[in-house]
Ligand binder design. Structure first.
Ligand SMILES: [Zn+2]
Length: 262
């Protein structure tokens, strides 16, 4: 843990003092990042709970993310595959926020890029796949709920387009679902272990574009704080960690993150 703040910690969260926060980030040897939906909304990927969120506009869509309802309801599975087929991620491009994390990596200070997003846009921007930890899985694969077989999502979607409403696993005949974490499903323990280790081993933990309301991802902020890291929260709206963060930045992340990181 290096001393990032020569003058000691500020007693109150710093709001919007980008130059000062940039100084901490420049001085940090290891910056771990956690990103959420707010990093991808400027690329046209809707979040879940925001004003234009998927569940705000269509509360019924939330059922697709409940693993018990998914297992029990064939029509829901049919709709879920169509939802995956029509997902905006297939045609989206990374935005300036994604590119800012690539710049951070090139500076040699990025230790891990933990993301709650499933859209693959960090990798599309050029972030090293080795550093990206997809906490909630990926849209790019499908997984069998019975045998665990993973296949490229496009292969499954081709079967959907060919007329199969709910393609079953070609290995065991079991039920498949996108390789994303649903409500009622635990995170992959190896993935979570990697994320916890990254939160424990950084000088600054930067949470960006996440409302920090979903555990265990949000709890990584607490892990980082306990390990002695500085916590910086950059988000469009308030989060439960604002009070304990060393700095809180509000604003358009496509402007804020380049200002902090590039
Ligand atoms: Zn299977």
């Amino acid at each position: 843990m290096c001393g990032i703040l020569p003058g000691g910690l500020p007693s109150e969260p710093v709001l919007g003092e980008l130059d000062g926060i940039r100084g901490w980030l420049d001085a940090a040897a290891r910056v771990a990042v956690l990103t959420g939906a707010g990093v991808s909304t400027p690329s046209g990927i809707p979040d879940f709970r925001g004003p234009n969120g998927l569940w705000t506009k269509d509360p019924g869509a939330a059922a697709m993310f409940d693993i018990d309802r998914y297992r029990a309801d064939a029509d829901l599975r049919r709709r879920a595959w169509l939802n995956r087929r029509d997902h905006p991620a297939w045609t989206a491009s990374p935005n300036a926020a994604h590119h800012a994390f690539v710049a951070l990596e090139r500076s040699g200070r990025l230790s891990a890029l933990l993301t709650q997003n499933i859209d693959g846009l960090h990798q599309a921007a050029g972030s090293s796949p080795d550093l990206v930890v997809e906490l909630h899985g990926t849209l790019y694969f499908s997984a069998c709920l019975d045998c665990g077989e993973r296949v490229p999502m496009q292969d499954v979607l081709a079967r959907v387009d060919a007329g199969e409403p709910d393609p079953s696993c070609l290995v065991c005949g079991g039920m498949q679902r996108s390789a994303t974490v649903a409500f009622g499903q635990a995170l992959d323990p190896d993935v979570l272990d990697r994320a916890v280790a990254a939160a424990q081993d950084c000088d600054v933990f930067l949470a960006a574009g996440t409302s920090l309301q979903v555990n265990p991802a949000a709890g990584l902020c607490a892990v980082a704080l306990r390990a002695g890291a500085q916590l910086v929260v950059a988000n469009g709206s308030a989060t439960p960690y604002d009070e304990v963060a060393h700095a809180v930045v509000r604003g358009d992340l496509t402007e804020v993150l380049p200002a902090l990181l590039m």
